[in-house]
Design a protein around this ligand. Structure first.
Ligand code: IPM
Ligand code: MN
Length: 364
């Protein structure tokens, strides 16, 4: 089979890690007899420099014509001015919204050989295996009104709106359910229903849908309690579904449960995976940022992006065997003691971005 992948390396370490994910996909292609073709485009600061905006219509069009999108990272100090008209992050928000990538899957797994690479106690993180399903195209990020102005009395004021429609909540929560069905069948819906109206609607819809999935156990949890439980008793969780901003914050926190942000992949899907039609169009990216301080230095950990490519194989191409081969290759290389700088610990062998990519390629 032939698969067309749009590649948007972006800024900072984006190109470094994306190169290694491409190396991985090519290795999968050779071993399993698939052909991956790539179309490259700009996103983020590099696109602002060239075109004056973080994502052009042409690039967006190119992405929508491919089978999936592989993305590196956006942003950097060069484009950080809060007064600037164009911001690198706009590129990310635009592509998410325009391609309707509403379901953001962020799996967090503590691998046995990584227990000593976290700042948390090994006995707390041992066995962590959860996935956050974050709503990605609604809530505070996109709700209107969203503006800043000066009042009649001359004071500055600003507003963002946490808006959710029934449809937006319903479709996201269903993704959580479908994923839970294939896992340990436990779904935690996270909200702030003691304060927010949008959360009360969220909680009600979660309860209503739960009647359709008797095999899955649903609990609703307040976001502040969830933030605490995540580091107090993280093995409590199987699948978490939550709105955009809560999911953003909780997944940075949860990334520590896997050792390093450099390990965490993500998939942003435009449809329900795992259901009757398991393939969904998606965008795949590491959850870490552009780390401009180490860009181009062959230091970044490519594993998050390589595992994102594995998620692409599974969710967008339906190639589960191939995805599993990538995951075992990563495990093998880690078991052999190879570490990038961010996850380096005593007695391990430190390697650069490219070496790590090549070791994983060989292992596939
Ligand atoms: C993420 C990032 C983005 C977000 C930023 C870069 C806009 O933090 O993917 O989690 O807030 O969604
Ligand atoms: Mn984030």
């Amino acid at each position: 089979m032939k698969y067309l992948v749009a590649v948007l390396p972006g800024d900072g370490v984006g190109p470094d890690v994306v190169n290694e994910a491409i190396r991985t996909l090519n290795a999968v292609g050779r071993r399993f007899n698939h052909e991956f073709q790539y179309k490259f485009g700009l996103i983020g600061g590099i696109s602002i420099d060239k075109h004056g905006r973080a994502l052009t219509q042409e690039t967006l069009q190119m992405c929508s014509e491919c089978n999936a999108v592989l993305l590196g990272a956006v942003g950097g100090p060069k484009w950080d001015n809060p007064q600037a008209k164009a911001r690198p992050e706009d590129g990310l928000l635009t592509i998410r919204k325009e391609l309707d990538l509403y379901a953001n899957l962020r799996p967090v797994k503590m691998l046995p050989m990584m227990e000593n690479s976290t700042s948390l106690k090994p006995e707390i993180v041992r066995g962590v295996d959860l996935i956050v399903v974050r709503e990605l195209t609604g809530g505070l990020y996109f709700g209107k009104p969203k503006k800043r102005w000066i009042t009649k009395s001359g004071a500055r004021r600003a507003v963002d709106s946490m808006v959710y429609t029934e449809k937006e909540i319903d479709r996201l929560i269903r993704v959580g359910w479908e994923i839970a069905l294939k896992r340990r069948k436990k779904l935690t819906s996270v909200d702030k229903a003691n304060v927010l109206e949008s959360s009360r609607l969220w909680r009600q819809i979660a309860l209503e849908i739960s009647a359709e999935y008797p095999q899955v156990k649903l609990d609703s949890m307040l976001v502040d309690a969830c933030a605490m439980r995540l580091i107090q008793n993280p093995t409590y969780f199987d699948v978490i579904v939550t709105e955009n901003t809560f999911g953003d914050i909780l997944t940075d926190e949860a990334s520590l449960l896997s050792g390093s942000m450099g390990m965490l992949p993500s998939a942003s899907l435009a449809g329900i995976p795992e259901g009757k039609n398991p393939r969904a169009f998606g965008l795949y990216e590491p959850i870490h940022g552009s780390a401009p301080d180490i860009a181009g230095l062959n230091q970044a950990n490519p594993i998050a992006t390589i595992l994102s490519a594995a998620m692409m194989l599974h969710y967008s191409f339906g190639l589960s065997r191939e995805a599993a081969a990538v995951e075992s290759a990563v495990l093998k290389v880690l078991e052999e003691g190879y570490r990038s700088k961010d996850i380096m610990s005593a007695g391990m062998k430190q390697v650069g971005t490219i070496e790590m990519g090549k070791l994983i390629e060989e292992s596939i």
